[in-house]
Design a protein around this ligand. Structure first.
Ligand SMILES: Cc1cc2nc3c(=O)[nH]c(=O)nc-3n(C[C@H](O)[C@H](O)[C@H](O)COP(=O)(O)OP(=O)(O)OC[C@H]3O[C@@H](n4cnc5c(N)ncnc54)[C@H](O)[C@@H]3O)c2cc1C
Length: 460
């Protein structure tokens, strides 16, 4: 078994930053990621095609990745790409599927930086081809140079939706409308906190300004009640929340719906390592508990970036560096310059959290109860389980997830609930009269991702 001082899981901004900082401190590091290119959701596509370069101007030539890779070359960091962590034990032994076989690695410290995935609340027709997540739209444009539609409805008001809307505009698409939940008013306190990071604040304002400039129609408090089209979306019907059938209905002709209801942290690796989870009521997510050095409740297992609280690239870079510097300090390999850098990084991080708290306040996430679900609305798309089947099972008195899974096969498909579990837990909670913080997601089992039997048999 290969042994390392630090193993970093996930090569997004948080993981890259952790691996780079640990390597610069002289530690022996392995960086594991399941994708072909390092960089995660933000950097992976930077500069791979013309549209990618247009949409990532700040990091267009990906200098961060190039600089990190040259640090890795100089410091002998082991980078395992297309390598999936299938399991991790509390004593930090990782089971990894790579190159068609299974390998085991052990780290004195492990930094979990597994990122987040899109949260999409179901609505009638959400599985029709042509309905995609805002992150997926960004990835299609940045990675493949594909403009996924020409007449687009964007549903959601969080930063990723705004970003996708402006990216589509810049690529020549027409945004037919943006459906946004009612925004809380901007208070002086929120404004002051936004000014903690004027650079990000101005970027956000420029997105809003662009929507104004292109005269994009904003439908406040509207939601999709019906997607038109079978093979592919050709239109939608939207209705204002709380209105009766017909009174505020609008039919919009379009060929793409872009939707996002926030991001869900990928907590599976941390959870499997035994890290305790806590409910974050502002972000409506479960995430691993941690101390001020980002060490989880399991000793020497650190959790950073979007897999704790989805907060963007700047936050991920800071958190990776803080965790790795803390590891170096704890091992006594951090000199006085590094220790001073650590306190500067922590100060910058605290300032960013103030900014983030205002963003979260002002972009309230769409609530599950406001989505109009019909009997045939799909909830679990892997196993094709409808809203009616779940409600039928719940009406028989089912009160826990295991029983609901056995009865309906919900959350038992290829994605193992990564897409639908948050909705299923919300439905269970509503039926059982429980608050979200009473419905903890179960600890996932080995293997964390689907793997071929042949790979499991082959041990390297
Ligand atoms: C779909 C999507 C698109 C986005 N697009 C944009 C955008 O265009 N612009 C923008 O500003 N922000 C975007 N964001 C948000 C932004 O990318 C993130 O805030 C930032 O990348 C977070 O960095 P991170 O390192 O924490 O996680 P990530 O960048 O998500 O990196 C995590 C990495 O861990 C890997 N991983 C996860 N589990 C395992 C495992 N078991 N084994 C091995 N590897 C694993 C993942 O494949 C990924 O490469 C997007 C987010 C998502 C979810």
């Amino acid at each position: 078994m290969m042994m390392y001082d630090v193993i970093v899981v996930g090569a997004g901004p948080a993981g890259l930053s952790a691996a780079r900082t640990a390597a610069e401190a002289g530690l022996k590091v392995a960086l594991i990621d399941d994708q072909t290119r390092v960089g995660g959701q933000y950097f992976r596509h930077a500069g791979v095609n013309r549209i990618g370069r247009l949409l990532t101007p700040r990091f267009g030539r990906a200098p961060y990745i190039h600089a990190s890779l040259s640090v890795f070359d100089n410091c002998g960091v082991t980078v395992l790409s297309q390598a999936t962590v299938l399991d991790i034990s509390a004593d930090r032994i990782l089971t990894v599927a790579v190159g068609g076989s299974i390998t085991h690695l052990r780290g004195d410290s492990v930094v979990v930086a597994t990122g987040a995935r899109e949260r999409i609340l179901p609505f009638p027709g959400w599985t029709t081809p042509g309905v995609i997540g805002a992150g997926a739209a960004q990835n299609l444009m940045k990675a493949s140079g594909v403009i996924p539609g020409s007449r687009v409805l964007v549903m959601g008001s969080n930063p990723l939706c705004l970003l996708a809307a402006t990216s589509l505009l810049r690529c020549g698409a027409k945004i037919v409308a943006v459906c946004a939940p009612c925004r809380p008013p901007l208070t002086l306190s929120a404004l002051l906190r936004l000014m903690r990071r004027p650079d990000i604040f101005l970027r956000g304002l420029s997105y809003l300004l662009m929507l104004k400039l292109y005269r994009v129609q904003v439908l406040t408090d509207y939601s999709i009640t019906n997607v038109i089209g079978h093979e592919r979306v050709t239109g939608v019907v939207v209705r204002q929340f709380g209105q009766r059938f017909g009174s505020s209905d609008q039919r919009l002709d379009l060929d793409l719906v872009v939707v996002n209801d926030g991001l869900l942290p990928n907590i599976e690796v941390a959870s499997r390592a035994g890290c305790e989870l806590e409910w974050q009521s502002l972000n409506l997510v479960w995430s691993p508990k941690r101390n001020s050095s980002f060490e989880s409740t399991v000793r020497n297992v650190y959790v950073v970036g979007d897999c704790v609280t989805p907060s963007g690239v700047e936050n991920a870079l800071l958190e990776g560096a803080i965790a790795a510097s803390s590891i170096a300090a704890a091992r006594g390999v951090a000199d006085s310059i590094r220790l001073r850098q650590l306190s500067t990084l922590k100060r910058q991080w605290r300032r960013l959290q103030k900014f983030r708290s205002a963003v979260v306040e002002l972009t309230l996430q769409e609530s599950f109860d406001r989505r109009p679900l019909t009997d045939d609305t799909t909830i679990c798309r892997c196993e094709d389980v409808s809203f009616a089947s779940i409600m039928r099972a719940l009406s028989h008195g089912i009160q826990d997830l295991s029983a609901l899974k056995a009865e309906t096969r919900v959350c038992m498909g290829r994605c193992q609930g990564r897409t639908c579990m948050h909705t299923v837990l919300a439905l269970l909670g509503r039926a059982a009269g429980k608050e979200p913080d009473e419905l903890r997601p179960p600890v996932p089992r080995f293997p964390l991702r689907p793997v071929k039997i042949g790979e499991l048999i082959n041990k390297s």
